[in-house]
Design a protein around this ligand. Structure first.
Ligand SMILES: Cc1ncc(C[n+]2csc(CCOP(=O)(O)OP(=O)(O)O)c2C)c(N)n1
Ligand SMILES: [Mg+2]
Length: 797
């Protein structure tokens, strides 16, 4: 600030001067990170060798982020707020890094980057530098729960963090370009699910700097009134700060933040003290300031400040172009670093005093390092919810229905740290028992006849897979637990979000100060094989393939074949940390194979021989029938039954796989079965007919290094489907019992001739079953009523 000002606002002249100095310091440190290799305090005239050879990073968003960070610090200190900062335009990484360094957190966690001249030089050098730190608000950045590399998820992460955190303020900066993404556009709805009494608060701050990379932003150009109407329509009270004169903007922003925080406090008081649960109108700030503010106005005759040209590095070819070098030096010196840093390079006391202390610093807030505040779930004993399996295949019961009772009691036992998320499918996925103890969270208007809606609900149902995923990620990253239940086909909607979360988990594993968080658990029901109401559009088991591409140490895929194995699997998943667990299970009535003890044993093994279904005990098998998934397991057992009846001399081994990653070699995945064990179970040279839930190629990918891979033949979903009966679906994909028998006959040496009659009978059976569906509209009794009848010793299961 060059002169004393006559701008009115809540800041005294001294406060204004100090806030502005803080902002200048953060801006200086941001530009330093983008440009400088050396000479961090400009003690010498800037020379080409002081400048990085590759100029990388994003300047445009940074001054706005720095401004907001400094002002939030002021309110945190003044009101003793518990606050975290979510940076939607995460490409503004150097801005947030600068602030964490000013607060001291950065040097506490990375002592080699101290708050002195040497540390500052390292801070600058490491940014976007080989072997250094990434350019975004990546996991390495203290206080970050949101890297902001893939745009669109800031506001949903912010809401996820606020749920069940009544004292937390989540300040969420949303890029105006980011606001054009589908996920962000849906995120405004989140306030309808936020309970002002029980949850914390999100303060959305739309950073309307007018541009994205190369174009103006839609929200900047639809006109002020429409933007205000949009935000009001979503239930917010928009508060606008608009300007390009620093002193005026400082005063306006300080006044606006005060107003927003007063409103928030009043809303919370109304809900918490007066018990008023009406949907409040939460404040949202619109900050309209120039993109690349305080940067070069013009470069090479073209306007830069306040345009899209400020997005990344506004002055290029600095090492070779003396005019550019001079312009960079002028820009850096415009922040007057000599006033901001002392002789040692440390920020002057006047600045450090402005930052909050200890855990109140947004960069040190424990909520942003969720594992630090994570508490284990109280888990009821899943054995108490077991389906009583007397003999294999009985009783018929839906797996997710059996799980529902346990999930209900998990909700009851953990009223402040567990939620169930789903796009309107909790009841449809047979987890409706949850509604015996809770409701769907909802603070919108309710009408008579609505089913289980309440502001206190712990089931988060919104028809947006993006929101379910984003809320859950935010909830997990701030130290809580949850399950996301969805249709198998439509979970692909969040493929890309899963990528980002998997990257976050992988990276944070290698950051010592980041504590492990609870796993992200998907329960995919309504799966490919049982789309009785629906059809081809609802049939896609490829999410598993997508997940299998991710780093082995963070992904797990489970295909429990029945209710008891599902219970055991989910208990395991909710206890696990820092993984992405994908569980696929059926919701329709289906045979149950294993009593609870055997189910637990089987899940511990991950895959194993089902002795009771096999006929090879004590001998070499002639063929291995392997299966993974509930429907393939049923077809495999029915095929084993046919083989036993018609070819009693054939020695059949039945292997079931629950934990798909067991198929990989131990060198590829921590769950991988050692080769010797794999060879023992799958043999080194016998034919393997593998009935798999999803696309067959995945089984080949996972097993291609195994000794006996050449004899492995996989049946699975091959993109054939329609609205038809369950058995017709498996027939359409050649996964049915008759086809599996045909596969055995065709593959096992010597059978082709000997079993020609049986083969023909199988072809005929398929035709008969197909005809039956066309004539009667349901499956033939020979399959619908098939039950496992072979006598077995129950202790062998
Ligand atoms: C989903 C997604 N699409 C595209 C990009 C590439 N990208 C990076 S920054 C950016 C522009 C962002 O503009 P805005 O949100 O307005 O941020 P700011 O102006 O503050 O830099 C784009 C398109 C991305 N990171 N993520
Ligand atoms: Mg923008």
């Amino acid at each position: 600030m060059d002169t004393a000002l006559d701008v009115h606002g809540p800041l005294t002249e001294d406060e204004l001067r100090r806030l502005d100095a803080y902002w200048r310091a953060a801006n200086y440190l941001t530009v330093g990170q983008i440009y400088l290799l050396d000479n961090p305090l400009l003690h010498e005239p800037l020379a080409p060798e002081h400048v990085k050879p590759r100029l990388l990073g994003h300047w445009g968003t940074s001054p706005g982020l720095n401004l907001l960070y400094a002002h939030l610090n002021r309110t945190i200190t003044q009101r003793d707020l518990d606050a975290i900062f979510v940076t939607g335009p995460g490409h503004g990484g150097p801005a947030i890094v600068a602030n964490t360094w000013l607060e001291g957190t950065y040097s506490e966690l990375y002592p080699s980057v101290g708050r002195d001249e040497t540390g500052m030089a390292r801070l600058f050098r490491q940014f976007s530098f080989p072997g250094g730190i990434p350019s975004h608000v990546a996991p390495e950045v203290p206080g970050s729960i949101h890297e902001g590399g893939e745009l669109g998820y800031s506001l949903m992460h912010a809401y996820g963090a606020a749920f069940d955190n009544p004292d937390l303020l989540v300040a969420c900066v949303i890029g105006d370009g980011e606001a054009e993404t589908g996920p962000l556009a849906a995120s405004w709805l989140s306030n309808v699910f936020l309970n002002p009494a029980r949850d914390g608060v999100v303060l959305p701050i739309l950073h309307l700097n007018g541009y994205k990379i190369a174009s103006p932003t839609v929200l900047d150009r639809i006109g002020h009134d429409d933007l205000m109407s949009m935000l009001r329509g979503f239930g917010y009270e928009p508060l606008v700060v608009d300007g390009d004169e620093p002193e005026r903007v400082h005063q306006e922003l300080a006044a606006t933040l005060d107003r927003a925080l007063d409103t928030i406090a009043a809303i919370q008081r109304r809900a918490r003290v007066d018990g008023n649960t009406d949907r409040p109108r939460w404040p949202a700030i619109v900050l309209r300031t120039p993109k690349g503010w305080t940067g070069p106005r013009e470069v090479d005759g073209k306007r830069v400040e306040g345009t899209f040209r400020a997005h990344q590095v506004p002055i290029n070819e600095v090492r070779d172009n003396p005019a550019h070098l001079a312009e960079l030096e002028r820009w850096l010196r415009s922040y007057r670093p000599e006033e901001l840093f002392d002789a040692t390079g440390a920020p002057v006391t006047e600045l450090t005093e402005l930052a909050p202390c200890g855990d109140r610093r947004m960069s040190a807030n424990p909520h942003a390092n969720g594992g630090m505040v994570l508490r284990d779930l109280v888990l009821p004993d899943f054995r108490d919810y077991a389906v009583d399996v007397g003999r294999p295949g009985e009783p018929m019961a839906g797996a997710t229905g059996a799980l529902g009772g346990w999930v209900r009691d998990v909700i009851s036992a953990n009223p402040d740290r567990f939620r169930l998320f789903g796009p309107d499918e909790v009841a449809s996925n047979r987890l409706g028992a949850a509604f015996e103890v809770t409701d769907r969270a909802f603070v919108g208007a309710t009408e008579t006849g609505d089913d289980h809606l309440s502001p206190d609900g712990r089931v988060m149902e919104v028809l947006s897979e993006h929101l379910c995923q984003g809320w859950l990620e935010g909830y997990l990253l701030t130290g809580r637990h949850g399950i996301f239940t969805s249709y198998e086909a439509f979970i692909h909607v969040v493929d890309s979000m899963l990528n980002q979360h998997a990257k976050w988990l992988k990276t944070t594993r290698g950051i010592p100060w980041r504590r492990p968080v609870a796993s992200l658990n998907y329960l995919l029901s309504s799966h490919v094989w049982r789309q009785d109401h629906n059809g081809f559009s609802h049939q896609d088991p490829g999410f598993i393939d997508h997940v299998a591409n991710k780093k082995a140490e963070v992904v797990r895929v489970y295909l429990p074949p029945d209710a008891n194995t599902l219970l055991s699997t989910m208990d395991h998943c909710l206890r696990s940390r820092h993984y992405i667990n994908v569980v696929v299970a059926g919701k329709q009535p289906a045979p149950n194979w294993l009593p609870m003890d055997a189910a637990i044993q089987h899940c511990r093994r991950g895959l194993g021989i089902w002795q009771w279904a096999s006929t090879d005990e004590g001998q070499e098998p002639d063929v291995v029938l392997a299966c993974a998934g509930d429907v393939p397991t049923l077809e495999t057992l029915a095929a084993a039954d046919l083989l036993h009846r018609h070819l009693p001399e054939l020695k059949v081994r039945v292997v079931n796989v629950v934990d798909l990653m067991r198929l990989q070699p131990a060198s590829e995945h921590p769950h991988g079965l050692p080769d010797r064990d794999f060879d023992t179970i799958f043999t080194r040279d016998k034919q393997i007919i593998f009935a798999y839930h999803g696309y067959p190629w995945l089984i080949h990918r996972l097993t291609y290094r195994r000794t006996n891979h050449g004899n492995l033949h996989v049946r699975g979903y091959k993109e054939e489907g329609t609205t038809t009966t369950p058995f017709d679906m498996v027939m359409l994909n050649d996964l049915d019992r008759f086809h599996l028998v045909i596969d055995v006959i065709d593959r096992v040496p010597g059978l082709a001739v000997r079993a020609a009659h049986l083969r023909q009978a199988m072809v005929d059976a398929r035709q008969e079953c197909r005809d039956h569906t066309r004539r009667y509209g349901e499956d033939h009794p020979m399959v619908a009523e098939w039950r496992w009848v072979r006598e077995t010793d129950p202790t062998n299961r």
